[in-house]
Write a protein of this length. Structure first.
Length: 175
């Protein structure tokens, strides 16, 4: 039978729950920042397994010997709090943005593949071409710009879109 008093009692000190949540959140955050954007996209089976296994491996460090609902609530609140704090710091102090948040990486510029960026992101040319096909593009020359976004997706600006934009801008400057 469920012991309601035990379920709603803190089984570890509040400070310990907060410290455990803080250390684990910041450690996992740092590791995923180093791992790169492609891991953040979490679309493949491998990526899903990594997320599940990281969560499972982190669980003992988070919960310790806790058994109660309040312990879990403190941990969840701590994790969400740090997530919001990092977003707030990145917003408030833009100089820290590159350290805290990923930026888009240019993969294609004016129809030319940026091989250095592909190597740095551990992305094969075939993977990039698959992303282009998903956007209805069969030739790299049709792309003005392609970026690996912080969320792991690839965004594309078609070459004809760039030409129209430059023409509009030129017309605006002439007026």
């Amino acid at each position: 039978m469920l012991n309601w008093a035990e379920a709603f009692r803190l089984s570890m000190p509040l400070g310990e729950s907060f410290l455990r949540g803080t250390v684990m959140f910041l450690a996992i955050y740092a590791i995923t920042r180093v791992a790169g954007k492609r891991e953040a996209g979490a679309h493949s089976l491998t990526d899903l397994l990594v997320v599940v296994l990281v969560a499972q491996a982190a669980a003992p460090g988070l919960v310790g010997e806790s058994r109660g609902i309040p312990d879990s609530l403190v941990l969840v609140g701590t994790i969400y709090g740090w997530s919001l704090a990092i977003d707030a710091v990145a917003y408030r102090w833009p100089a820290l943005l590159p350290l805290l948040k990923s930026r888009a990486v240019p993969l294609i510029r004016d129809g030319q593949i940026n091989q250095k960026a592909l190597r740095r992101e551990l992305m094969q040319r075939e993977e990039l071409m698959a992303e282009l096909r998903l956007h209805g593009i069969s030739d790299v020359k049709q792309v003005a710009r392609a970026y690996l976004e912080p969320n792991g997706s690839v965004s594309i600006i078609h070459a004809d879109q760039r030409e129209r934009h430059l023409q509009r801008r030129s017309e605006e400057l002439d007026e």
